[in-house]
Ligand binder design. Structure first.
Ligand SMILES: *[C@@H]1O[C@H](CO)[C@@H](O)[C@H](O)[C@H]1NC(C)=O
Ligand SMILES: *[C@@H]1O[C@H](CO)[C@@H](O)[C@H](O)[C@H]1NC(C)=O
Ligand SMILES: *[C@@H]1O[C@H](CO)[C@@H](O)[C@H](O)[C@H]1NC(C)=O
Ligand SMILES: *[C@@H]1O[C@H](CO)[C@@H](O)[C@H](O)[C@H]1NC(C)=O
Ligand SMILES: *[C@@H]1O[C@H](CO)[C@@H](O)[C@H](O)[C@H]1NC(C)=O
Length: 335
Protein backbone atom coordinates (compact mmCIF):
# COMPACT_ATOMS: atom_id res chain seq x y z
CA UNK A 1 0.00 0.00 0.00
CA UNK A 2 2.72 2.41 1.07
CA UNK A 3 4.67 1.49 -2.01
CA UNK A 4 1.76 2.37 -4.29
CA UNK A 5 1.35 5.59 -2.45
CA UNK A 6 4.95 6.66 -3.08
CA UNK A 7 4.68 5.67 -6.73
CA UNK A 8 1.59 7.86 -6.89
CA UNK A 9 3.46 10.77 -5.28
CA UNK A 10 6.42 10.45 -7.66
CA UNK A 11 4.15 10.26 -10.67
CA UNK A 12 2.25 13.34 -9.57
CA UNK A 13 5.48 15.28 -8.99
CA UNK A 14 6.75 14.18 -12.38
CA UNK A 15 3.58 15.27 -14.15
CA UNK A 16 3.57 18.59 -12.32
CA UNK A 17 7.15 19.17 -13.45
CA UNK A 18 6.33 18.35 -17.07
CA UNK A 19 3.33 20.64 -16.90
CA UNK A 20 5.45 23.46 -15.61
CA UNK A 21 7.80 23.14 -18.57
CA UNK A 22 4.94 22.83 -21.03
CA UNK A 23 3.36 26.01 -19.67
CA UNK A 24 6.62 27.76 -20.26
CA UNK A 25 6.76 26.57 -23.82
CA UNK A 26 3.40 28.23 -24.37
CA UNK A 27 4.95 31.50 -23.31
CA UNK A 28 7.61 31.31 -25.98
CA UNK A 29 5.43 33.38 -28.27
CA UNK A 30 5.79 36.41 -26.10
CA UNK A 31 9.05 37.55 -24.56
CA UNK A 32 10.42 34.68 -22.49
CA UNK A 33 10.70 35.71 -18.86
CA UNK A 34 13.93 35.17 -16.90
CA UNK A 35 12.14 32.86 -14.52
CA UNK A 36 11.07 30.68 -17.43
CA UNK A 37 14.70 30.45 -18.51
CA UNK A 38 15.55 29.27 -15.02
CA UNK A 39 13.13 26.41 -15.39
CA UNK A 40 14.05 25.68 -18.98
CA UNK A 41 17.72 25.49 -18.04
CA UNK A 42 16.87 22.87 -15.45
CA UNK A 43 15.33 20.75 -18.20
CA UNK A 44 18.69 20.35 -19.98
CA UNK A 45 20.42 18.56 -17.09
CA UNK A 46 21.31 15.05 -18.25
CA UNK A 47 20.16 11.93 -16.46
CA UNK A 48 17.63 11.81 -13.65
CA UNK A 49 14.63 10.77 -15.67
CA UNK A 50 14.55 13.41 -18.36
CA UNK A 51 14.95 12.77 -22.06
CA UNK A 52 18.72 13.08 -22.34
CA UNK A 53 20.43 9.75 -22.72
CA UNK A 54 24.03 8.86 -23.22
CA UNK A 55 27.11 10.78 -22.37
CA UNK A 56 27.37 14.16 -20.72
CA UNK A 57 29.69 15.50 -23.36
CA UNK A 58 33.23 15.72 -24.65
CA UNK A 59 34.28 19.34 -24.84
CA UNK A 60 37.29 20.55 -26.80
CA UNK A 61 39.15 23.74 -25.94
CA UNK A 62 41.49 25.11 -28.60
CA UNK A 63 43.75 27.81 -27.24
CA UNK A 64 46.75 28.60 -25.12
CA UNK A 65 50.14 29.92 -26.12
CA UNK A 66 53.56 30.43 -24.63
CA UNK A 67 52.22 33.43 -22.66
CA UNK A 68 48.76 32.17 -21.77
CA UNK A 69 48.36 28.80 -20.10
CA UNK A 70 45.69 29.74 -17.54
CA UNK A 71 42.89 30.61 -19.97
CA UNK A 72 42.53 27.21 -21.69
CA UNK A 73 42.90 25.51 -18.31
CA UNK A 74 40.08 27.56 -16.72
CA UNK A 75 37.83 26.92 -19.68
CA UNK A 76 38.45 23.17 -19.86
CA UNK A 77 38.30 22.52 -16.11
CA UNK A 78 35.01 24.45 -15.90
CA UNK A 79 33.49 22.35 -18.66
CA UNK A 80 34.29 19.30 -16.50
CA UNK A 81 33.13 20.85 -13.24
CA UNK A 82 29.86 21.83 -14.92
CA UNK A 83 29.38 18.16 -15.77
CA UNK A 84 31.03 17.17 -19.06
CA UNK A 85 32.59 13.70 -19.19
CA UNK A 86 35.82 14.65 -20.93
CA UNK A 87 37.70 17.83 -21.72
CA UNK A 88 40.35 17.98 -24.42
CA UNK A 89 42.76 20.87 -24.71
CA UNK A 90 44.52 21.44 -28.02
CA UNK A 91 47.37 23.84 -27.37
CA UNK A 92 50.95 24.71 -28.31
CA UNK A 93 53.91 22.52 -27.43
CA UNK A 94 55.12 25.32 -25.17
CA UNK A 95 51.87 25.34 -23.17
CA UNK A 96 50.93 21.66 -23.13
CA UNK A 97 53.15 20.38 -20.33
CA UNK A 98 52.44 23.44 -18.21
CA UNK A 99 48.68 22.84 -18.48
CA UNK A 100 49.14 19.17 -17.63
CA UNK A 101 50.78 20.16 -14.36
CA UNK A 102 47.67 22.17 -13.43
CA UNK A 103 45.39 19.15 -13.64
CA UNK A 104 45.49 15.42 -14.31
CA UNK A 105 41.81 15.63 -15.29
CA UNK A 106 42.44 17.19 -18.68
CA UNK A 107 43.54 15.50 -21.88
CA UNK A 108 46.10 17.82 -23.44
CA UNK A 109 47.33 17.63 -27.03
CA UNK A 110 50.43 19.69 -27.99
CA UNK A 111 49.27 20.10 -31.60
CA UNK A 112 48.50 23.78 -32.01
CA UNK A 113 50.97 24.28 -34.83
CA UNK A 114 50.41 24.17 -38.58
CA UNK A 115 52.75 21.17 -38.87
CA UNK A 116 50.16 19.15 -36.90
CA UNK A 117 47.11 20.42 -38.82
CA UNK A 118 46.17 16.89 -39.89
CA UNK A 119 46.34 15.64 -36.29
CA UNK A 120 43.97 18.40 -35.18
CA UNK A 121 41.64 17.59 -38.05
CA UNK A 122 41.54 13.99 -36.86
CA UNK A 123 40.62 15.06 -33.31
CA UNK A 124 37.71 17.38 -34.14
CA UNK A 125 35.07 14.72 -34.88
CA UNK A 126 35.25 13.29 -31.36
CA UNK A 127 34.46 16.60 -29.69
CA UNK A 128 30.78 17.46 -29.09
CA UNK A 129 31.29 21.21 -28.71
CA UNK A 130 34.49 23.12 -29.41
CA UNK A 131 35.54 26.26 -27.55
CA UNK A 132 37.92 28.32 -29.66
CA UNK A 133 40.06 31.15 -28.40
CA UNK A 134 41.04 31.09 -24.70
CA UNK A 135 44.66 32.27 -24.45
CA UNK A 136 45.22 31.82 -28.16
CA UNK A 137 47.32 34.94 -28.70
CA UNK A 138 47.51 36.80 -32.00
CA UNK A 139 50.49 35.36 -33.84
CA UNK A 140 49.63 35.49 -37.56
CA UNK A 141 50.55 31.83 -37.95
CA UNK A 142 48.21 30.81 -35.12
CA UNK A 143 45.38 32.88 -36.54
CA UNK A 144 45.89 31.27 -39.91
CA UNK A 145 45.72 27.81 -38.35
CA UNK A 146 42.61 28.80 -36.38
CA UNK A 147 40.93 29.91 -39.61
CA UNK A 148 41.59 26.47 -41.09
CA UNK A 149 40.22 24.79 -37.95
CA UNK A 150 37.04 26.90 -38.07
CA UNK A 151 36.66 25.97 -41.73
CA UNK A 152 36.94 22.27 -40.80
CA UNK A 153 34.42 22.69 -37.97
CA UNK A 154 32.05 24.37 -40.40
CA UNK A 155 32.29 21.42 -42.76
CA UNK A 156 31.68 19.04 -39.87
CA UNK A 157 28.76 21.15 -38.56
CA UNK A 158 30.34 21.27 -35.09
CA UNK A 159 28.77 23.62 -32.57
CA UNK A 160 31.32 26.29 -31.58
CA UNK A 161 31.82 28.71 -28.73
CA UNK A 162 34.17 31.50 -29.81
CA UNK A 163 35.83 33.78 -27.27
CA UNK A 164 38.83 36.05 -26.73
CA UNK A 165 41.43 35.91 -29.52
CA UNK A 166 39.13 33.60 -31.46
CA UNK A 167 36.90 36.68 -31.76
CA UNK A 168 39.91 38.67 -32.89
CA UNK A 169 40.30 36.15 -35.73
CA UNK A 170 36.63 36.63 -36.63
CA UNK A 171 36.94 40.42 -36.61
CA UNK A 172 39.91 40.08 -38.99
CA UNK A 173 37.91 37.89 -41.37
CA UNK A 174 34.20 38.06 -40.73
CA UNK A 175 33.34 35.63 -43.52
CA UNK A 176 34.91 32.75 -41.55
CA UNK A 177 31.63 31.98 -39.80
CA UNK A 178 29.23 33.60 -42.24
CA UNK A 179 26.22 31.30 -42.71
CA UNK A 180 27.72 28.81 -40.28
CA UNK A 181 25.37 25.82 -40.33
CA UNK A 182 23.17 24.88 -37.39
CA UNK A 183 23.75 23.85 -34.58
CA UNK A 184 25.79 26.98 -34.99
CA UNK A 185 28.07 29.28 -33.08
CA UNK A 186 27.79 31.28 -29.88
CA UNK A 187 30.28 34.13 -29.66
CA UNK A 188 31.02 35.50 -26.18
CA UNK A 189 32.56 38.98 -26.59
CA UNK A 190 32.94 41.58 -23.87
CA UNK A 191 31.72 45.07 -24.77
CA UNK A 192 35.01 46.07 -26.35
CA UNK A 193 35.16 42.91 -28.46
CA UNK A 194 31.50 43.33 -29.41
CA UNK A 195 32.24 46.84 -30.70
CA UNK A 196 35.13 45.49 -32.76
CA UNK A 197 32.85 42.86 -34.29
CA UNK A 198 30.21 45.48 -35.08
CA UNK A 199 32.81 47.65 -36.78
CA UNK A 200 34.10 44.63 -38.69
CA UNK A 201 30.67 43.88 -40.17
CA UNK A 202 29.97 47.64 -40.63
CA UNK A 203 26.63 47.28 -38.95
CA UNK A 204 25.38 49.56 -36.31
CA UNK A 205 21.80 48.44 -35.92
CA UNK A 206 20.36 46.24 -33.21
CA UNK A 207 20.50 43.19 -35.51
CA UNK A 208 24.20 43.46 -36.34
CA UNK A 209 24.85 39.80 -35.43
CA UNK A 210 22.40 38.63 -38.11
CA UNK A 211 25.21 39.32 -40.59
CA UNK A 212 26.40 35.75 -39.80
CA UNK A 213 23.07 34.05 -40.40
CA UNK A 214 20.34 32.30 -38.45
CA UNK A 215 22.42 30.02 -36.24
CA UNK A 216 25.06 32.42 -34.97
CA UNK A 217 24.20 33.95 -31.59
CA UNK A 218 26.06 36.42 -29.40
CA UNK A 219 26.42 36.65 -25.63
CA UNK A 220 27.85 40.06 -24.73
CA UNK A 221 29.42 39.87 -21.26
CA UNK A 222 29.62 42.75 -18.86
CA UNK A 223 28.01 44.25 -15.80
CA UNK A 224 24.87 42.78 -17.32
CA UNK A 225 25.00 39.95 -19.83
CA UNK A 226 23.07 40.37 -23.08
CA UNK A 227 22.11 37.47 -25.30
CA UNK A 228 21.15 38.08 -28.93
CA UNK A 229 19.75 35.60 -31.41
CA UNK A 230 17.79 35.90 -34.64
CA UNK A 231 14.70 34.75 -32.70
CA UNK A 232 14.34 37.98 -30.79
CA UNK A 233 11.89 36.41 -28.34
CA UNK A 234 14.75 34.23 -27.09
CA UNK A 235 17.04 37.18 -26.40
CA UNK A 236 17.55 38.12 -22.75
CA UNK A 237 19.49 40.23 -20.28
CA UNK A 238 20.98 38.56 -17.20
CA UNK A 239 21.63 40.46 -14.01
CA UNK A 240 22.10 39.20 -10.48
CA UNK A 241 25.14 37.58 -8.98
CA UNK A 242 28.47 39.04 -10.03
CA UNK A 243 30.43 41.52 -7.97
CA UNK A 244 32.57 44.64 -8.17
CA UNK A 245 35.43 42.38 -9.04
CA UNK A 246 35.99 40.78 -12.42
CA UNK A 247 38.69 38.21 -12.06
CA UNK A 248 40.97 37.59 -15.04
CA UNK A 249 39.85 34.19 -16.30
CA UNK A 250 36.16 34.78 -15.67
CA UNK A 251 35.46 34.80 -19.40
CA UNK A 252 37.20 31.45 -19.72
CA UNK A 253 35.00 30.01 -16.97
CA UNK A 254 31.96 31.19 -18.91
CA UNK A 255 33.14 29.70 -22.20
CA UNK A 256 33.87 26.30 -20.62
CA UNK A 257 30.49 26.12 -18.88
CA UNK A 258 28.80 27.19 -22.09
CA UNK A 259 30.53 24.37 -23.98
CA UNK A 260 28.94 21.81 -21.67
CA UNK A 261 25.50 23.39 -21.49
CA UNK A 262 25.38 23.92 -25.26
CA UNK A 263 25.87 20.18 -25.73
CA UNK A 264 23.19 19.33 -23.19
CA UNK A 265 20.70 21.82 -24.62
CA UNK A 266 21.18 20.50 -28.15
CA UNK A 267 20.52 16.99 -26.84
CA UNK A 268 17.26 18.00 -25.17
CA UNK A 269 14.03 18.67 -26.96
CA UNK A 270 13.34 21.70 -24.84
CA UNK A 271 10.05 22.76 -26.36
CA UNK A 272 8.52 21.46 -29.52
CA UNK A 273 9.27 24.40 -31.72
CA UNK A 274 10.74 24.84 -35.16
CA UNK A 275 13.39 27.13 -33.68
CA UNK A 276 14.90 24.45 -31.44
CA UNK A 277 18.48 25.46 -32.13
CA UNK A 278 18.02 29.10 -31.23
CA UNK A 279 16.16 28.11 -28.09
CA UNK A 280 18.88 25.62 -27.15
CA UNK A 281 21.55 28.28 -27.63
CA UNK A 282 19.59 30.74 -25.56
CA UNK A 283 18.93 28.35 -22.67
CA UNK A 284 22.54 27.12 -22.64
CA UNK A 285 23.90 30.67 -22.64
CA UNK A 286 21.51 31.63 -19.87
CA UNK A 287 22.62 28.72 -17.70
CA UNK A 288 26.31 29.52 -18.33
CA UNK A 289 25.87 33.23 -17.62
CA UNK A 290 23.98 32.53 -14.41
CA UNK A 291 26.45 29.92 -13.22
CA UNK A 292 29.39 32.27 -13.86
CA UNK A 293 27.75 35.28 -12.22
CA UNK A 294 26.82 33.27 -9.17
CA UNK A 295 30.29 31.68 -8.87
CA UNK A 296 31.70 35.20 -8.98
CA UNK A 297 29.31 36.39 -6.29
CA UNK A 298 29.99 33.44 -4.00
CA UNK A 299 33.75 33.72 -4.40
CA UNK A 300 33.58 37.47 -3.76
CA UNK A 301 31.64 36.95 -0.53
CA UNK A 302 34.44 34.65 0.65
CA UNK A 303 37.53 36.41 -0.71
CA UNK A 304 36.61 40.04 -1.38
CA UNK A 305 39.14 41.97 -3.41
CA UNK A 306 41.51 38.99 -3.30
CA UNK A 307 39.14 36.87 -5.36
CA UNK A 308 40.81 35.09 -8.26
CA UNK A 309 39.46 32.93 -11.07
CA UNK A 310 40.58 29.82 -9.18
CA UNK A 311 38.37 30.91 -6.25
CA UNK A 312 35.46 31.05 -8.67
CA UNK A 313 36.27 27.54 -9.88
CA UNK A 314 35.90 26.37 -6.27
CA UNK A 315 32.43 27.90 -6.13
CA UNK A 316 31.13 26.19 -9.27
CA UNK A 317 29.68 23.31 -7.32
CA UNK A 318 27.50 25.36 -4.91
CA UNK A 319 26.68 27.82 -7.71
CA UNK A 320 25.56 24.94 -9.93
CA UNK A 321 23.25 23.60 -7.22
CA UNK A 322 21.67 27.03 -6.81
CA UNK A 323 21.48 27.89 -10.50
CA UNK A 324 19.57 24.73 -11.21
CA UNK A 325 17.56 25.09 -7.96
CA UNK A 326 18.85 21.79 -6.62
CA UNK A 327 19.12 23.65 -3.32
CA UNK A 328 17.18 26.70 -2.17
CA UNK A 329 19.43 29.73 -2.31
CA UNK A 330 18.18 33.28 -2.18
CA UNK A 331 21.53 34.41 -3.54
CA UNK A 332 20.74 32.73 -6.85
CA UNK A 333 18.01 35.22 -7.62
CA UNK A 334 19.70 38.36 -6.31
CA UNK A 335 19.17 41.45 -8.47
C1 LIG B 1 8.05 28.70 -31.74
O1 LIG B 1 8.49 29.88 -31.09
C2 LIG B 1 8.38 31.05 -31.91
C3 LIG B 1 9.05 32.20 -31.20
O2 LIG B 1 8.44 32.52 -30.02
C4 LIG B 1 6.92 31.29 -32.22
O3 LIG B 1 6.81 32.43 -33.03
C5 LIG B 1 6.35 30.08 -32.92
O4 LIG B 1 4.97 30.24 -33.10
C6 LIG B 1 6.59 28.79 -32.11
N1 LIG B 1 6.21 27.65 -32.92
C7 LIG B 1 5.55 26.60 -32.45
C8 LIG B 1 5.25 25.49 -33.39
O5 LIG B 1 5.20 26.53 -31.26
C1 LIG C 1 38.39 34.63 -44.96
O1 LIG C 1 37.69 33.43 -44.79
C2 LIG C 1 37.16 32.90 -45.98
C3 LIG C 1 36.24 31.74 -45.62
O2 LIG C 1 36.86 30.83 -44.80
C4 LIG C 1 38.30 32.52 -46.90
O3 LIG C 1 37.80 31.97 -48.10
C5 LIG C 1 39.12 33.76 -47.19
O4 LIG C 1 40.27 33.42 -47.94
C6 LIG C 1 39.57 34.44 -45.91
N1 LIG C 1 40.13 35.73 -46.22
C7 LIG C 1 41.33 36.10 -45.79
C8 LIG C 1 41.76 37.50 -46.14
O5 LIG C 1 42.05 35.38 -45.13
C1 LIG D 1 26.23 53.89 -34.36
O1 LIG D 1 25.64 55.06 -34.92
C2 LIG D 1 25.37 56.08 -33.99
C3 LIG D 1 24.63 57.22 -34.69
O2 LIG D 1 24.55 57.04 -36.05
C4 LIG D 1 26.67 56.55 -33.35
O3 LIG D 1 26.39 57.53 -32.40
C5 LIG D 1 27.35 55.34 -32.70
O4 LIG D 1 28.60 55.73 -32.18
C6 LIG D 1 27.55 54.23 -33.67
N1 LIG D 1 28.07 53.07 -32.99
C7 LIG D 1 28.97 52.25 -33.51
C8 LIG D 1 29.38 51.08 -32.69
O5 LIG D 1 29.43 52.42 -34.62
C1 LIG E 1 15.86 32.46 -37.52
O1 LIG E 1 16.42 31.21 -37.91
C2 LIG E 1 15.49 30.19 -38.15
C3 LIG E 1 16.21 28.89 -38.38
O2 LIG E 1 17.11 28.96 -39.44
C4 LIG E 1 14.60 30.61 -39.33
O3 LIG E 1 13.63 29.61 -39.56
C5 LIG E 1 13.92 31.93 -39.00
O4 LIG E 1 13.20 32.39 -40.11
C6 LIG E 1 14.92 33.00 -38.59
N1 LIG E 1 14.20 34.14 -38.07
C7 LIG E 1 14.48 35.36 -38.43
C8 LIG E 1 13.66 36.43 -37.77
O5 LIG E 1 15.35 35.62 -39.22
C1 LIG F 1 24.35 34.04 0.44
O1 LIG F 1 25.13 35.20 0.65
C2 LIG F 1 25.42 35.50 2.00
C3 LIG F 1 26.21 36.79 2.03
O2 LIG F 1 25.59 37.79 1.29
C4 LIG F 1 26.21 34.36 2.59
O3 LIG F 1 26.47 34.61 3.96
C5 LIG F 1 25.44 33.06 2.47
O4 LIG F 1 26.21 31.98 2.93
C6 LIG F 1 25.06 32.83 1.01
N1 LIG F 1 24.22 31.64 0.93
C7 LIG F 1 24.57 30.58 0.20
C8 LIG F 1 23.63 29.42 0.27
O5 LIG F 1 25.58 30.55 -0.46
Amino acid sequence: MRRYFSIFVYLTLFLVKCDEIEDMCNFLDSKVQPNNFRLLSKSILPGKGNKVKGDAGKIGVIGGSVEYTGAPYFSAITSLKAGADLAYVVTTESAANVIKTYSPDLIVYPYLNSKYASKIRALLPKMDVIVIGPGLGREPETLHLISDIIEDCKNLGKPLVIDADGLYAISKNTTLIKNYPCPGVIMTPNLREANKLMTAVSRNDSNWYSYWGDCVAVLVKGEKDYFYTNMSTYSWIATGGGSERRAGGQGDILSGALGTFYHWALNTEICKNESQIQLAQSVAAYAAAKLTRLSNYKAYVLHGQSMLASDMINQIHPAFESTFSLVKDKNATLG
